[in-house]
Ligand binder design. Structure first.
Ligand SMILES: C[S@@+](CC[C@H](N)C(=O)[O-])C[C@H]1O[C@@H](n2cnc3c(N)ncnc32)[C@H](O)[C@@H]1O
Length: 457
């Protein structure tokens, strides 16, 4: 997944904070009810007739609050142990409490938060009666700042702002690094670009960025030869040549896929789970190959067509279930197969802070079973001597190392080829001055898993 939308800081000067509090509370409520932020945001924006600034502010605030929802929930449970009704009031309080937390990057004066939360209640018919209650709860938190440390000491969810099962899975999987992984999920990621070197060289694109007062740093990794990293996200419209296909937004970890698959001109390639098309396009930018791009979600598949059109690339796109080749395969084997499988998305928790609250522990074995079925269905479609790249944007071993080991145990004709294995998410410390960042440093990347299997001839 890529996230081209920038996370601009809220602009309280232009718009009263109470509006953003209500907008954010509505989005939180949708996530509490099981909707993803990417589904809820356009719906609420259309319903509330939000302009671009309101929408941007609601998104930025909801990202920040979702990253602190575990602590906010625990604080509210201490301040008011009974269920808060209606749910919108609970969500306004979670938003306001998150804004009062000491580790919240967006800081407002405490009295402003209280005053604006009360105003949000007054302005909302369903909450008109609740202003006094909101005022009392928030003032009690301000009067007892030690509560923050108390709840963080008592609850894993409050301390790490992820569900306890998620934290425990990571503790077992990434034994020395689990705290870093969770810390990275709390930070705003850099914006990573992939230059379409069919259109423009990376060096020339770097200059084009400079001319727009943007500074793109090339990572210190030969495999990332199309990559430039911007320290701060900007709207894609600000990227020179975006509309005419000079560049795409794609995380660095996702950019390893095309080089690993080592596609050569003229080869037949299957991209089994292709939408929204980031990796399909990357494969085609690197080699004149023939790509069949499948996805079982028709709407998402349209995005593959849009991406290819913008970049001036061509592939055959087909809505189909990759796990049922009998429905769509013409019997001609592929030289390369990319299986970027549906997964927990636990490696991109920093870009999608709603995911951690939407997933359930029981999703992981179900997703692992889907991944196994896809691997086993696609393996017979590969030419002897061909390569299949298995990828997930996950940091859970059930979807990564364990899945790959089990696949090798089931398929005697599969040979493990060199691949990165588990990549953990990371975000280097922000530099104080973009223009001082001339030398490459450890680059920003999402959590990803890669295994490459070659079929014995
Ligand atoms: C991780 S995303 C793929 C991202 C894409 N490769 C990219 O780089 O832009 C997984 C995709 O798999 C699709 N999918 C899930 N199950 C599928 C199946 N059985 N057959 C085909 N596509 C499937 C989902 O609709 C989703 O678009």
């Amino acid at each position: 997944m890529t996230s081209p939308t920038p996370h601009a800081p809220p602009t309280p000067i232009l718009r009263p904070l109470w509006r953003d509090l209500i907008a954010c509370a509505q989005l939180l409520g949708a996530v509490e009810d099981g909707a993803s932020l990417s589904t809820a945001l356009p719906q609420y924006a259309a319903r509330g007739k939000w302009d671009a600034a309101q929408r941007g502010a609601a998104q930025a605030l909801s990202f920040a609050v979702l990253r602190h929802l575990g602590t906010a929930r625990a604080v509210l449970a201490q301040l008011h142990p009974k269920t808060v009704h209606p749910p919108l009031l609970r969500d306004v309080l979670h938003t306001a409490l998150a804004l009062l937390l000491p580790d919240m990057p967006v800081q407002y004066a405490a009295h402003t938060v209280v005053n604006q939360a009360v105003e949000a209640c007054k302005r909302t018919p369903a909450l008109r009666h609740a202003g006094g209650f909101a005022n009392a709860v928030l003032r009690r938190f301000i009067a007892s700042p030690e509560l923050y440390n108390t709840v963080c000491a008592a609850s894993i969810e409050a301390r790490w702002n992820h569900p306890a099962w998620w934290v425990k899975t990571l503790q077992a999987a990434a034994q020395q690094h689990w705290e870093d992984v969770l810390d990275v999920a709390q930070r705003q990621p850099a914006m990573t670009l992939r230059v379409n070197t069919r259109r423009i060289s990376r060096t020339d694109y770097q200059s084009a960025l400079m001319a727009c007062d943007l500074h793109g740093v090339a990572p210190d990794d030969a495999r990332l030869d199309q990559t430039l990293i911007l320290q701060h996200a900007v709207a894609v419209e600000r990227l020179p040549g975006f509309a005419s296909g000079w560049v795409s937004v794609q995380d660095a970890a996702a950019q390893y896929a095309a080089a690993l698959l080592d596609v050569r001109p003229g080869q037949r390639v299957l991209d089994a789970c292709s939408a929204p098309g980031g990796k399909t396009a990357h494969l085609l930018e690197r080699a004149d190959c023939t790509v069949l791009a499948l996805d079982k979600d028709a709407q998402r598949l349209h995005r593959v067509d849009d991406t290819l059109h913008r970049l001036g690339l061509q592939a055959q796109t087909l809505m189909a279930d990759a796990a049922r080749p009998a429905d769509w395969w013409d019997g001609q084997r592929f030289d390369r197969i990319l299986l970027d499988a549906p997964c927990s998305a636990s490696g991109i928790s920093r870009r999608h802070p709603d995911i951690r609250w939407l997933r359930r522990a029981s999703d992981i074995p179900a997703l692992a079973a889907t991944q196994t079925a896809l691997l086993d269905a696609l393996w017979p479609l590969l030419q002897p001597g061909g390569k299949l790249l298995y990828a997930t944007c996950s940091v859970f071993p059930q979807e990564g190392v364990e899945q790959a080991a089990a696949f090798l145990a089931r398929h005697a004709d599969a040979i493990a080829s060199p691949a990165p294995g588990q990549l953990l998410p990371r975000e280097p410390q922000q530099r104080t001055n973009d223009h001082a960042a001339a030398s490459p440093a450890p680059h920003s990347q999402d959590g990803f898993f890669y295994a490459l299997f070659t079929k014995s001839s």
